[in-house]
Ligand binder design. Structure first.
Ligand SMILES: CC(C)(COP(=O)(O)OP(=O)(O)OC[C@H]1O[C@@H](n2cnc3c(N)ncnc32)[C@H](O)[C@@H]1OP(=O)(O)O)[C@@H](O)C(=O)NCCC(=O)NCCS
Length: 199
């Protein structure tokens, strides 16, 4: 696979819509609207497309060649207010994060090949370019429980975020954690090896 990323915009809407439609609307018609503010009476597809038109969605799409194979949604808490386990989440008075990562999705036939890993890395790059800050995700613990099918990991597995530097903050459901990472506006300076002859 040769994976590249693009943002969800009017130009990439058809690619995103094709992936959603190939996966039965995702969860039977969610259209990745679960974290956005509810819009009663508006069909999910239309509601999502309106976000794209208004520019109120941040979402990385992953492509294998010209085929869209996955995404990672991110945004401010105002853009993505509808997190699961909200009541438990609200019991702690942690300062609000600057960013949230919401839904993550890989085409059902292409899982286990690093697509979600690329999607999260690209989302964090976008966040860095936008100034960085505290980023929160809400993944599922997979250790110490029976193997979970990818289908049930709509906020991603903990391993996916751990490998991008996220650490556990607190548990908000039996298997769901708030995890956070600090993303700086510039990548951390890379460690360079001394040239031959240099001290
Ligand atoms: C969860 C999901 C995003 C993972 O995507 P993927 O492209 O297969 O993930 P990757 O290959 O990049 O793997 C990333 C990490 O997660 C781990 N992982 C992936 N699937 C896993 C599973 N089912 N159980 C445990 N760990 C898993 C991998 O081992 C890897 O860990 P590592 O970095 O330590 O090696 C994918 O299974 C999926 O899309 N599920 C459906 C989610 C959904 O319904 N989303 C819709 C929201 S509206």
């Amino acid at each position: 696979m040769t994976l590249t990323t693009r943002l969800l915009t009017a130009d990439t809407w058809d690619d995103f819509a094709g992936l959603v439609e190939a996966n039965n609307g995702v969860w039977g018609g969610c259209w990745c609207m679960g974290f956005h503010p509810p819009e009663p009476g508006v069909a999910k597809r239309e509601a999502k497309q309106r976000h794209v038109t208004r520019g109120t969605v941040h979402q990385v799409l992953v492509f294998d060649g010209d085929r869209c194979v996955g995404w990672c949604q991110f945004g401010s808490p105002e853009e993505l207010p509808t997190i699961k386990n909200r009541r438990t989440y609200d019991q702690a008075a942690d300062p609000a994060p600057d960013w949230r990562i919401g839904c993550i999705f890989t085409n059902s036939k292409d899982r286990g090949q690093g697509i979600a890993t690329v999607a999260v890395a690209a989302a964090l790059d976008e966040i860095r370019k936008a100034g960085g800050g505290t980023v929160e995700a809400y993944p599922e613990q997979t250790e110490e429980r029976p193997p979970q099918r990818g289908a049930y990991l709509h906020t991603g597995p903990e391993e996916l975020y751990a490998r991008h530097g996220f650490t556990r903050v607190r548990k908000i459901a039996k298997w769901r954690w708030v995890m956070r990472a600090e993303i700086r506006d510039e990548p951390a300076p890379s460690t360079t090896l001394p040239l031959d002859g240099e001290p």
